[in-house]
Design a protein. Structure first.
Length: 498
């Protein structure tokens, strides 16, 4: 349990939440460092982010480096500090409750949770695109694409409700296959050059590495995309009450971050070398084409299986990881208490099922209803459009929750500096640098993602603003209203008894 203790007052942010005690008693601590690293990779390392990043050419590396320094590493530092101080189930939900109280904790939890539902759909759309890469005549009808994604969500839901140790073993295998895919993709890029082929991207021109702010021809939209690629570092700590030992908090963040950074740079390099900035910027299948071209189709088939396993399993990872936010909200009486109940496998089955139902409804709206009312793209490219729209809207809402990593840290410092300083695991100047850089990057990512289309060939900046902005406003209204209701319910029930 945390050593960061304050006087307890009824319904105050200083009171221990019921979920803090319930989880450690009812859910077995089975997560070690390897488990948490694997979960971290399947949440943070969305390898197909490299496919869109390469549209900026060599500048993709510039944005990857800037994003790592200004957002990714600061987020890791903040999550490590907060996770060490408060190693409880729910991560941001719990931390924000202790910093600001019930209303903001639910609001931030919703902003962290809902993108997880959208990313489940995005992962399904990648699988559709990968299947289309095998044969362009397959899955061209939007309704068929939607049915495939719904089927994947149902499958992930069923898997996620099984014995957690078994599910985590599957996740560990999928993470290993993902790393194998990265190795094969990296070898493909090197082999392409060693066998006498010219790089499809010119890295010698310094201008190609620069940042272009032009609304029409610029690459500034990559900043929002790169921020998305680095979001979610705190998500595995949603299961903070189920880890074996405290040092797992910092250990998995260190190794997971290193592997994710290497993975993004390797995948981006090989795509730029073999496919180029144009061919590699649209279809996720370009990752397989890269291996096919350099190492032959049999090796490409192995890479295909590895990457497909990632996206199939990652839907389940998002399902069980983000269900923990619903779990703790149910236990703390901010949501119906049924969401806080466990099945015979000691996992929050009701929360997982609710997430699946919401994801299925959204998928149905996107693939069964939206095609009849929208004019962007085509049936064949709908999965790509949906993938980018859902991830972009996720970035906006997710970035709002992520900024609380830094706001919470600052809040704890000013609440009680003496106690805060006693629990530092980083020098104070490092923490303040992380707070300033991370918060600023979140704000810039929100503005960048809102105004610059990720797929200008399908959706122009003007239309992008309305689609992404409109979706985000809807999400935030739901979060604000839900927070008021949840906060009122918690106050009435007396969520933090003495």
């Amino acid at each position: 349990m945390s050593t960061y203790e304050m006087p307890v007052k009824r319904n105050s942010r200083d009171a221990a939440l019921p979920s803090e005690e319930y989880v450690v008693k009812a859910m077995p601590p089975i997560l070690g460092s390897v488990d948490m690293v694997a979960t971290y990779l399947l949440i943070v390392f969305f390898i197909t982010n490299a496919n869109t990043a390469v549209s900026g050419g060599a500048a993709a590396f510039t944005f990857l480096a800037i994003g790592a320094v200004t957002f990714f590493i600061p987020s890791v530092i903040a999550a490590a500090q907060l996770g060490s101080m408060f190693p409880f189930e729910g991560s941001l939900y719990n931390w924000t409750h202790k910093a600001f109280g019930g209303y903001w904790s639910f609001f931030v939890a919703f902003c962290a949770w809902f993108p997880g539902v959208l990313v489940m759909i995005s992962a399904g759309s990648v699988i559709v695109s990968m299947i289309q890469g095998l044969n362009s005549a397959w899955l061209t009808d939007p309704r068929t694409q939607g049915l495939v994604i719904i089927g994947l969500i149902i499958f992930a839901c069923i898997v996620s409700t099984q014995r957690f140790r078994t599910v985590q073993n599957i996740v560990n295998v999928a993470a290993g296959l993902t790393l194998l895919a990265v190795v094969l993709i990296g070898i493909a890029g090197v082999a392409w050059l060693l066998t006498g082929h010219a790089s499809q991207t010119n890295f010698s021109q310094s201008a190609g590495w620069g940042i272009n702010f032009s609304p029409q021809t610029g690459n500034i939209s990559l900043f929002g995309l790169i921020t998305l690629a680095y979001l979610g570092v705190e998500s595995p700590l949603n299961m903070g009450g189920e880890i074996v030992e405290r040092k797992t908090v910092t250990r998995h963040l260190l190794w997971g971050t290193l592997l994710a950074l290497v993975g993004y740079f390797v995948a981006t390099f090989s795509l730029l070398v073999v496919e180029g900035s144009t061919n590699g910027s649209i279809s996720p299948f370009a990752l397989i084409s890269t291996v096919d071209s350099a190492l032959g189709k049999p090796v490409g088939d192995i890479a295909f299986v590895c990457i497909m396993s990632f996206f199939v399993v990652t839907i389940a990872v998002y399902a069980f990881t983000y269900s923990r936010l619903l779990l703790v909200a149910g236990i703390d009486q901010r949501l119906p208490v049924g969401l806080g109940k466990l099945n015979r496998n000691r996992v929050p089955q009701n929360a997982i099922i609710l997430q699946a139902v919401i994801a299925i409804v959204i998928t149905a709206l996107m693939y069964f209803v939206a095609p009849y009312f929208t004019t962007f793209g085509s049936a064949a490219t709908l999965s790509i459009d949906v993938y980018n729209i859902t991830l972009a809207s996720s970035t906006l809402v997710w970035a709002i929750s992520a900024i609380f990593l830094f706001i919470n840290l600052a809040r704890f410092y000013f609440i009680d500096r003496v106690k805060f300083l006693k629990q530092l695991i980083f020098p104070l100047p490092v923490l303040w640098a992380a707070i300033i850089l991370g918060a600023s990057s979140c704000i810039l990512a929100i503005v960048d993602t809102l105004f610059f289309s990720w797929i200008p060939s399908d959706i122009a900046n003007g239309s992008w603003w309305y689609i992404i902005g409109g979706l985000t406003v809807v999400y935030l209204i739901v979060a604000a209203v839900g927070s008021m209701v949840a906060s009122s319910e918690a106050a009435w029930e007396g969520v933090a008894p003495e």
